[in-house]
Design a protein around this ligand. Structure first.
Ligand code: SF4
Ligand code: SF4
Length: 501
């Protein structure tokens, strides 16, 4: 097999003979055996992109990093300069990714800080990417110190996420929520959960609703067969169904988070989309291509690094499994992170179904609304985008399918969210906007096989640590988590539950 030198045009990069290889660019990745940083190259072959690394001790390794070379090439054009945080916590000393963080070399501020408030969990998911040791609950002092640190580093944060482990097992979860809600700099507080407590404790679910939190419910499939493969033994389907019922009844704003593993549940992507479209209380859907790292994920099999599911594969499955209701052209990489990390689309909820934003908004307007932030914020910039789009739809009437319906919805949105006769608080505007828009994200966490330093340097999803550091998500998972002093020490006794029993 010959390795051709880099060619300059996209056409040449996408039009190769079967088996022919083209060098695209240099990279820096990890050896999955010793986890040392090693030099590598991105290689195009048979319409896909591979990361090839050479470890001095363990030889050459190769892994798939994009299942579609056209998507990969296009996504690179979405890179935009990031925003610096107001304060750094470390210096540049050893070089990326050994100085996290954030160090002054980091290229993006924190759009989504994640606070892991516990490492206890009542499930032992075969696909789990963290390392639950059942020996740590965050103290109130640590929690407040993290929140104060975030305020020092960021002006405004759209979403602060509480995670774990299973955060609902923290004995002070409701007090933590109350504490976080006192910070006016945080627009939303979300909690990632397996849903077991929500399904079994209606009163608790009501208390979450009263506090206005957003729930990220882990729900990879509607079938118990797939759920058992990904989440372990038990009747997960009945528990997830009960959790959905309770969340809907209590009116909790919910995101469905679906980990997708090749050959396990990639045929159920369309079902997840339909669920989100049908239910008003579900605001968004997050697909996460499986990352084969952590206690569970690193053992999850069968796993072939050359045949994983990547962002463009999930987009293709959505198009196929929704009969074209969603199309590849509806999705764009998120310019906030590295474009290899996220893709998304916003959907406008009209009186007769959802219409993806890219079908009626000019690309540059759209990108401006999502650059340097993970979610649309209903601020002056959004107001301007709505008005511009309405003007453009007027002038292009007839050229855009469904334009009367889109116009009606946008004008209603403008009237509700930005009325001329009174000022509306951001929180209320946010709620109004949430009734009009749904979001589908794809977030591709890296593992030891797909890790690239370029991506980590632009990371906008950061674990917030009690010592003040913000750790880019995949750097922490790969290089720091196992050394985190909070999580070392003897492994505690797991209080596991079998869902449905
Ligand atoms: S990932 Fe960011 S914070 Fe960490 S060492 Fe690299 S540049 Fe610095
Ligand atoms: S957590 Fe990983 S996949 Fe997500 S933005 Fe950061 S580097 Fe990219």
């Amino acid at each position: 097999m010959s390795l051709l030198p880099i060619l300059s045009t996209e056409f040449h990069l996408t039009q190769t003979r079967k088996g022919q290889e083209i060098f695209h660019s240099f990279s820096r990745g990890l050896c999955p055996v010793c986890r040392e940083l090693v030099d590598g190259a991105r290689i195009i072959r048979d319409g896909k992109v591979y990361l090839r690394r050479q470890c001095p001790k363990h030889g050459m390794q190769e892994s798939l990093i994009s299942g579609d070379v056209e998507w990969f090439l296009k996504s690179l054009s979405f890179a935009r300069p990031g925003i610096q945080p107001k304060e750094y916590s470390t210096n540049v000393e050893k070089g990326c990714p050994h100085d996290c963080g954030l160090c002054p070399d980091h290229e993006q501020h924190s759009c989504l800080p994640i606070i892991e408030i516990t490492n206890h969990c009542d499930l032992e998911c075969p696909i789990c990417i963290v390392q639950n040791r059942h020996n740590y609950h965050m103290t109130r002092t640590e929690f407040v110190s993290i929140l104060d640190g975030l305020v020092r580093k960021e002006e405004l944060i759209d979403t602060v996420n509480l995670s774990g482990g299973e955060p609902m097992l923290h004995p002070e979860i409701l007090q933590f929520i109350d504490t976080a809600r006192q910070y006016r700099q945080f627009t939303r507080l979300s909690i990632s959960t397996n849903g077991l407590r929500i399904a079994s404790d209606w009163e608790f679910c009501q208390q979450l609703a009263e506090r206005g939190v957003y729930i990220n419910l882990q729900l990879d499939s509607l079938s118990n067969q797939s759920l058992r493969t990904l989440r372990g033994t038990g009747r997960h389907d009945t528990v997830k169904q009960k959790a959905l019922e309770n969340l809907e009844r209590a009116g909790v704003r919910t995101t469905i988070v679906a980990t997708i593993a090749r050959g396990v549940n990639d045929h159920e992507i369309g079902d997840c989309v339909r669920l989100v479209m049908e239910k008003d209380f579900i605001l968004s859907l997050m697909f996460q291509p499986a990352a084969y790292t952590g206690t569970g994920g690193s053992q999850f099999g069968p796993h072939d690094p050359l045949d994983i599911i990547t962002i463009p594969d999930i987009v293709r499955c959505m198009e196929e499994q929704t009969g074209g209701d969603l199309k590849r052209s509806d999705f764009l990489p998120l310019p906030c992170s590295h474009p290899g990390c996220f893709a998304l689309t916003y959907l406008l909820k009209t009186e007769d179904g959802c219409i993806p934003f890219p079908r009626f908004i000019e690309l540059e307007n759209y990108i401006a609304a999502i650059t340097n932030r993970g979610t649309i914020r209903p601020d002056d910039r959004f107001d301007e985008m709505l008005r511009n789009t309405i003007d453009q739809l007027w002038s292009a009437a007839g050229q855009i399918p469904d334009s009367p319906r889109i116009l009606r919805t946008l004008k209603r949105a403008l009237r509700l969210m930005f009325p001329d006769d009174r000022r509306i608080e951001l929180e209320e505007r946010l709620r109004l906007g949430e009734g009009l828009v749904k979001t589908i994200f794809i977030h591709a966490f890296m593992d030891e096989h797909t890790f690239e330093v370029d991506r980590i340097r632009k990371c906008c999803t950061h674990y917030a640590l009690p010592d003040g550091r913000l750790m880019p998500g995949c750097a922490y998972n790969m290089m720091y988590r196992h050394r985190d002093s909070r999580f070392t020490g003897p492994i505690g006794t797991a209080q596991l539950r079998i869902p449905g029993q």
